[in-house]
Design a protein around this ligand. Structure first.
Ligand code: ME8
Length: 529
């Protein structure tokens, strides 16, 4: 792709742009080009089909992954399923089949979700894989050898929904604070992990790494709890069998969270080459209900095993129903993400979620809101721009790119450094707003210039500017709307540059033949609801 002088000028002119245009486009700090970037989602319980919350989390992680790839980073994106524990055993029992057979049957719907939602993971890990199970046993042994495991009796309250132990103090009106259900009283022999030993080390780590828990407001809650003191953690169970049996004492299976958290290192083949390259994780993307496990239990386990803790735990909000009700499998309040993408298109739903809900905040999912954004922003703004650009080019230029340069007045409306800053601070909704403000500027440019009434060089310059801007927009939309971005590129007849380096104006070469036209987003009639 051509770099072009006017592009450099355009970038120089843009608000807040740095002086050297070449570096201006790299602007994806803090990750330098070719930095390794390891990102994960939580691994989902496959006790039933995936819900919209799962799809949302994967979309957030996918958007961040794709952004880092655009910045030239070497990305490894891990997702998967958390297949052990009592909750899975009970679900299998209900179906009358063995747990392994049950999870083998369930995992397909999570992989299908990833395929349909264009989740660009590098590895899908299942905790029932023998390689993962071996690593869990190895780490358990390592922690034991370090003197941090002892045998005792656990007596207390357990929520199978959370697969977590609770103290009386933590309950909400005597019920599980997450599932609002009564807890089970358990008393059993259990191995304990001496987590209390790591209180000081954790507090030091939090203070040395103020951005470890993100958003910052989530950090304080954790600090307060850790300051109150840590209790040792029960890390094995004997009252059911679906888990990883301990080498030395196989009547115990490893506690499902001890097992699940280790997917983040087994997923990159601990202690092999991939682990040495990608660990520590740059970002664990998780929901707010499992922050304690990721920000306290996991680092403590790693400290004990002599492994560096992750760099960042990023907590996204929860998707609720339009009425603000929590999505919950147990109450049947679920939204099927695959059905949504069948009805409205994956990119429309991805767009709605990423634009509507600031990362880190809860959001209410509303079909009306989705349709409104689809019609007003995707169809009327983006779709309309691409359609106008391509159809005018067909009428006036015979679908051939003219020999021209992009008008600086238009190019300067794109503030790429600002978009980069937003993405670096995990404000994807603001980055999208910025891209869409450039899309509006392009539509206004077409209206103001009226290329349908222009001829010759003048017409060529205006249409070149619009087509070329559409190409830049397609590159920038990749993290958010990967399929749309690809469909725009196909209409332009170009392969999209893989990094922001390529997202420079004047990338369309003169004489290039544009591809076949298609409507990107058909307006949704409200009757379809
Ligand atoms: O917690 N909105 O699995 P999970 C947004 N296996 N995100 C939501 C959500 C909602 N309504 N409901 C759930 C587990 N999530 C464990 C994780 S990781 C080592 C083990 C998020 O299937 C939830 O916060 O219950 C979590 O990050 C992810 O979906 C999987 O939840």
């Amino acid at each position: 792709m051509e770099k072009g002088k006017s592009a450099k000028k355009a970038i120089k002119k843009s608000k807040g742009a740095v002086k050297k245009p070449k570096t201006a486009l790299k602007g994806a700090k803090p990750s330098a080009k070719n930095a390794k970037f390891f990102i994960t989602t939580a691994i989902d319980y496959p006790n039933s089909s995936p819900h919209l919350g799962h799809a949302y989390e994967k979309t957030v992680a996918d958007c961040i992954s794709r952004w880092h790839r655009l910045c030239g980073d070497d990305v490894f994106f891990l997702t998967g399923t958390d297949e052990h524990g009592k909750k899975i055993e009970q679900a299998a029992l209900k179906e009358g089949i063995a747990p392994q057979e049950f999870v083998d049957g369930q995992v397909g719907s999570f992989k299908k979700l990833c395929g349909r939602w264009n989740i660009s993971y590098d590895r899908f890990i299942r905790t029932s894989e023998p390689a993962h199970m071996k690593i869990c046993r190895d780490i358990f042994e390592k922690v034991q050898k370090n003197g941090d495991i002892y045998l005792g009796t656990y007596e207390g309250l357990y929520c199978t929904g959370c697969e977590a132990f609770y103290t009386e103090k933590e309950l909400a009106d005597g019920l599980c604070p997450v599932h609002k259900r009564p807890l089970e009283k358990v008393k059993e022999e259990s191995y304990f992990f001496a987590m209390s030993k790591y209180q000081k080390r954790l507090l030091e780590y939090f203070s040395e790494n103020p951005d470890f828990i993100w958003p910052r407001r989530k950090r304080q809650e954790i600090l307060n709890r850790v300051n109150e003191g840590l209790k040792d953690l029960s890390v094995s169970r004997t009252s059911f069998g679906w888990g990883i049996p301990l080498k030395g004492d196989p009547k115990h299976v490893i506690y499902v969270w001890f097992d699940a958290l280790l997917n983040y290192i087994s997923g990159i083949d601990y202690p092999g080459e991939k682990f040495r390259k990608f660990w520590p994780a740059d970002i664990h993307v998780i929901g707010k209900d499992i922050l304690w496990f990721h920000s306290v239990i996991f680092p403590a386990m790693l400290f004990s095993a002599g492994i560096e803790p992750p760099r960042k735990v990023f907590v996204h909000g929860f998707i609720n129903t339009a009425g603000g009700e929590k999505l919950s499998k147990s109450t049947g309040t679920t939204i099927d993400p695959i059905a949504l993408s069948d009805t409205y298109g994956t990119d429309a739903v991805r767009y709605y979620l990423l634009r509507e809900i600031p990362l880190g905040e809860d959001g209410n999912f509303s079909i009306d809101g989705l349709i409104e954004r689809h019609n007003n922003e995707l169809a009327n703004e983006l779709g309309n721009l691409v359609n106008r650009a391509l159809s005018l080019a067909e009428k006036k230029l015979g679908s051939t790119v003219p020999d021209a340069k992009t008008d600086n007045a238009l190019a300067s409306k794109l503030d790429l450094p600002k978009i980069s800053r937003y993405m670096d601070s995990l404000e994807a909704h603001n980055a999208l707003t910025e891209i869409f403000s450039f899309i509006s500027a392009c539509n206004k440019y077409v209206n103001d210039k009226g290329p349908w009434k222009l001829e010759g060089k003048e017409c060529g310059e205006v249409l070149y500017s619009v087509l070329d801007s559409v190409a830049v927009i397609a590159v920038l939309l990749q993290p958010f709307l990967p399929d749309t971005s690809w469909r725009i590129a196909r209409q332009l007849g170009v392969a999209l540059p893989k990094t922001l380096e390529g997202a420079k104006f004047n990338m369309l070469p003169a004489g290039h033949r544009l591809g076949p036209r298609e409507i990107l987003f058909k307006k949704i009639e409200t009757a379809k609801k």
